[in-house]
Ligand binder design. Structure first.
Ligand SMILES: *Cc1c(COP(=O)(O)O)cnc(C)c1O
Length: 391
């Protein structure tokens, strides 16, 4: 049987895959089973920070792999400790918990918020406010945190204790905080799955103000928009806020599974031994790769990300069939006249891999994509967005 046939027969039916098998890649170029080349504008959904088979990352990972691959969290390991130090030094956060995914990073933040509310404010202060149209993961608690009803269907009853505010509605948020027993506000600064929309500066400032006023934990979900994606190491750095908890995953591991929950001053001592844990969390191979990733997320690279984003925006804004471009840095949503799925299919045919987010076409290319590759990709996007080219 072919890979496609085996997958259809034996892999659980949770994904609608494109009819393409990826067999190799280098940087932002991928190859399928027929040797067809694609420019990758999705990076495994913001995961492959430096694209496929990046030499520096492969060297960092394989060096650790040759030493030892796993110990459990009963023992100290250097890559885990060094990664925590790098994250704290670069962000000003105080402590880090490592898990294996974005959902787990958020699950850890949600548990910390409940512990904080219940111990510091009282039994009933377990409510967490999240935003409508958000996405925080696929576990039951992170699904409940996700402010989109479609994700809750089929899985009720949802864990309790989540309240949903409309993004960018300062008054609505203030009312929700004032009228409920709340321990935290959780948000994505750029909503990824929800359509690549950045929160307004005014709304973010209101979140910070309310967290201060009501002693709430400010939980910033940077699973998708973190790790250099927006042209800052973490997106909160654009907004002049200091979250109490920052969660991240996707691009941190650059292709290996790792999630991190970073705790600021106010949240640093919430967890005590026994309250939380993970068998694989802080895995030395994943952590060694993540240390390498962080070492390359320099100011110079951030400037480069911003410049590439400008390049894409300039090329696409006002082009035929393109209504608007949203997002920050190399995290973009394109509103097209054609259906996003049709644009993605037509671009794939011409050798460019795109993503969607709700009704938009979404771009999340590797941060080190070349201008030559970007030019090619952008030209194909423009071509397939024009009205006459789709059958
Ligand atoms: C992808 C994503 C998650 C979930 O991450 P997983 O690694 O799939 O569990 C959570 N929050 C945001 C903002 C995401 O984009």
């Amino acid at each position: 049987m072919t890979t496609k046939e085996l997958d259809k027969k034996y892999v659980a039916n949770t994904y609608n895959r494109f009819p393409v098998e990826i067999t190799s890649g280098k940087g932002a170029r991928l190859f399928d089973e027929n040797g067809k080349e694609y420019i990758d504008m999705g990076a495994g959904i913001a995961v492959n920070t430096f694209g496929m088979a990046d030499e520096g990352w492969v060297a960092a990972v394989t060096a650790q792999l040759g030493k030892f691959q796993h110990t459990s969290n009963l023992y100290y390991t250097e890559p885990c400790a060094r990664l925590a130090e790098m994250l704290c030094t670069r962000t000003g956060m105080k402590k880090v918990f490592f898990g294996n995914s974005g959902a787990e990073a958020n699950e850890c933040a949600i548990k910390a918020a409940r512990e904080y509310g219940i111990t510091k404010k009282g039994e009933e202060y377990y409510n967490i406010i999240t935003l409508k149209n958000s996405f925080h993961g696929r576990t039951l608690a992170t699904l409940a945190a996700t402010g989109q009803d479609v994700f809750h269907e089929h899985f009720t009853p949802m864990p309790e204790g989540f309240l949903y505010a409309a993004a960018n509605d300062c008054e609505g948020l203030e009312k929700l905080v004032a009228e409920n027993k709340v321990c935290a506000i959780m948000f994505e600064l750029v909503q990824g799955e929800g359509g690549v929309n950045a929160l307004s500066a005014e709304f973010v400032a209101k979140i910070a103000e309310l967290c201060e006023k009501y002693d709430l934990l400010m939980i910033d979900d940077e699973v998708q928009c973190g790790n250099g994606r927006t042209g800052a190491l973490y997106a909160y750095m654009h907004f002049g806020i200091t979250p109490d908890i920052v969660t991240t995953a996707k691009g941190l591991g650059a292709g290996l599974p790792i999630g991190a929950t970073m705790f600021g001053e106010k949240a640093a001592d919430i967890y005590k031994p026994g309250l939380h844990g993970s068998t694989f969390g802080g895995n030395p191979v994943c952590a060694a790769g993540a240390c390498h990733v962080l070492s390359r997320l320099t100011d110079e690279l951030m400037a480069d990300v911003t410049a590439k984003a400008e390049y894409i925006k300039n090329a696409l804004c006002g082009a035929e069939g393109i209504k608007s471009v949203s997002g920050m840095g190399l995290m973009m949503g394109i509103e097209t006249e054609k259906k996003a799925a049709d644009v993605v299919a037509a671009a794939m045919e011409k050798g460019v891999l795109l993503l969607t987010a709700k009704t938009k076409v979404r771009l999340l290319p590797p941060l080190n994509i070349s201008y030559e590759e970007l030019e090619k990709a952008v030209n194909i996007i423009k071509e397939v967005c024009k009205n006459e080219t789709l059958a």
